[in-house]
Ligand binder design. Structure first.
Ligand code: ASP
Ligand code: MG
Length: 614
């Protein structure tokens, strides 16, 4: 006997027949002895249709009226499902977000949930009723009691938030796919269904999984340790469990984090090895990191920025005690990497740096919020701290700085982002928070790689020769944020160049293709002020990423990814990593092949054919 929150998406309640099928499933769950709260989306494509109507009247409708309009979709589906339940003999009542007391910020069209009243819900549940709650909507905490919505796709978030507030045993997300797959099955037909994934992995795979599960829902599940399962509405297959380690107990006030960053991490036990001017051709990274892995050296950050002429710089960090061995491996391999070819007039070389530290900000709240990275860079700049390297992932921004600056950096970042400093490293997942022995537990050890994602919708911008002094990255990314442009991957390379007496670096980053021209224009307007010479835009790129919590402290994972690409003669244009993610930019035309070969290289392919709707 459990308290379960079930959420059904738009397709699952798209027709009367389907609503009746949902009612049957809910009834079966109750008959098995459970107490059930149901959250539903609007029927089918109702919300899209409402948006279209609004756009026929106004190109820029008021956000308040949009909420008034869009929240009606869910009001239809809750009433119909409740009727279907009653018709089948199951007592039920439908409630809007306001009637439940899903209290949100007053931010129309993108409100975050502050708290959920549970009195009325519990009263109905105690009377043996199923409560059918409208997803995606809430009510503002202001006197005017405004109707708000959480943002498109937000009913997943409603469901997990309700499960949290009610301390439900778990939350089931019913959808039209059988669960979460190792990659996109339209591109890789032998993609397999995962039986489970950690919430941290799921957040890093946001671009792969966002269509199945809203990242904000995953964030809540992680923060409160709510077990979550994604299942098909059309079958009884077990689906994919999204599991979280037992979190620190936290208050239900401000249930959804209204801030973008929830941890500042640092690591002073790092040293940096840079290979300058190695050839820009397939197989170089594979050889280098293959050799490093065969010496059993564990690499943390890896950064390769845009190439210059026919050569690249690759930098990576290792623990301080393995610096000497890493340097030896790197120096020994340079002749082989260069293959006797003259690379550049001044030749390849290895540089090491002992006194560095890595500081990082982490938080799911930064997804889709421009300006978070910029705020980090600005904070470091104000403290007079120069950033040597930058590497970003979906939910983390990592910077390499001088070790002496580390304490000041942490203090400043904790203050600006209003967080307490957290772990030194990403912790390996522990046992799950659930007490129900029927639910799966994280197997030990977790797989090196859980899933592989491909993003073909990004463009890369490179700023050449920007002066190397505190504040430059801050200015660039603040400017983009002020134009509401979200930056995905940011890479600042190792190479410095002296131009007219000024030390300069390159910074490269990716944005959505549709934002690329706006980003270029914004930056060109400040080129003179910031003192950089050139901006290069390339839309013909693809980003492939591997994600897995098992890769932490496991040598050889990056090497295997690079080797898979090298075997296909695919050149790597840029590399960025975080603890549980490695991303490579390759040419757009190589993207799908890169995805396929990496998926196979990590043994993720299988023979079970997974059916997904077109
Ligand atoms: N109906 C809303 C939408 O289409 C919310 C949801 O389905 O999650 O975005
Ligand atoms: Mg959805």
């Amino acid at each position: 006997m459990a308290l379960i929150v079930q959420k059904y998406g738009g397709t699952s309640v798209g027709t009367v027949d389907r609503i009746q099928a949902v009612a049957q499933r809910v009834r079966r769950t109750v008959e098995a002895g459970n107490t059930v709260v149901v959250v539903v989306s609007a029927m089918g494509k109702t919300t899209d249709g409402l948006v279209k109507l609004a756009n026929e009247i106004s190109t820029n409708p008021s956000r308040r009226e949009m909420d008034m309009l869009l929240s009606t979709g869910e009001q239809v589906s809750i009433a119909l499902l409740s009727m279907a339940l009653q018709e089948s003999g199951q007592p039920a009542i439908s409630l809007t977000g306001a009637q439940v007391g899903i209290v949100t910020e007053a931010e129309h069209t993108r409100a975050r949930i502050l708290r959920i009243e549970t009195d009325r819900l519990k009263r109905h549940l105690n009377q043996g009723e199923v409560v059918v709650v409208a997803g995606f909507q809430g009510i503002s905490s202001t006197n005017d009691l405004e109707i708000t919505t959480l943002g498109r796709g937000g009913s997943d978030t409603s469901a997990v938030a309700l499960a949290t507030a009610l301390k439900a045993d778990f939350c089931e997300i019913y959808t039209d796919v059988p669960g979460i797959l190792t990659t996109d099955p339209r591109l890789v037909p032998d993609a397999q269904l995962m039986t489970e994934i950690t919430s941290d992995e799921m957040l890093e795979l946001a671009s792969l999984g966002a269509k199945v599960l809203h990242p904000r829902a995953v964030e809540i599940a992680r923060n409160f340790g709510v077990p979550l399962v994604v299942r098909s509405s059309w079958s009884d297959e077990p689906g994919t469990w999204v599991i979280s380690s037992t979190p620190q107990p936290r208050s239900l006030e401000g249930l959804e984090l209204t801030r973008a960053v929830d941890g500042v991490e640092f690591d002073t036990d790092q040293a940096k090895v840079s290979l300058l001017r190695v050839p820009d051709r397939p197989g170089v990274a594979a050889r280098l990191f293959g050799e490093i892995a065969s010496q059993d050296l564990d690499v943390d950050l890896i950064i390769q920025s845009i190439h210059e002429g026919n050569s690249n710089d690759i930098a990576f960090t290792v623990t301080k005690d393995s610096l000497n061995r890493a340097e030896a491996v790197a120096s020994a391999i340079i002749p082989a990497l260069c293959g006797g070819m003259p690379v550049s007039p001044d030749g390849a070389e290895v540089m090491v740096e002992q006194k560095i530290a890595k500081v990082a900000i982490a938080g799911a709240g930064m997804i889709g919020r421009p300006g978070v990275a910029a705020q980090m860079f600005a904070t470091l700049a104000e403290a007079g701290i120069n950033i040597q390297m930058i590497s970003t992932s979906e939910v983390k921004v990592s910077c390499v700085i001088a070790q002496d600056d580390c304490d000041r950096a942490i203090a400043a970042l904790c203050e600006v982002f209003d967080v307490e400093q957290s772990a030194l490293h990403t912790q390996l997942p522990e046992a799950t928070a659930n007490h129900n022995s029927d639910l799966p537990h994280i197997p030990t050890p977790p797989p090196l790689v859980r899933g592989v994602a491909l993003d073909l919708k990004q463009a890369r911008l490179a700023i050449r020769h920007i002066p190397d002094r505190p504040g430059m990255a801050a200015q660039v990314f603040q400017l983009l944020a002020s134009h509401n442009i979200s930056v995905d991957m940011i890479i600042q390379s190792q190479r410095c160049r002296v131009l007219n007496g000024v030390t300069t670096r390159d910074i490269a980053f990716t944005v959505a293709q549709m934002d690329a021209e706006a980003a270029r224009a914004a930056l060109e307007a400040v080129a003179l002020d910031l003192g950089f010479s050139e901006i290069v835009v390339d839309s013909a790129i693809a980003k492939v990423s591997i994600v897995g919590s098992g890769m932490v402290h496991q040598p050889g994972v990056a090497a295997r990814m690079f080797e898979a690409l090298a075997n296909q003669q695919i050149n790597i244009q840029m590399i960025a990593t975080s603890e549980i993610k490695i991303s490579c930019l390759v040419a757009e035309e190589d993207g799908v092949r890169a995805l396929q070969t990496i998926h196979t290289a990590f043994g993720l392919s299988g023979s079970h054919k997974v059916q997904v709707p077109a």
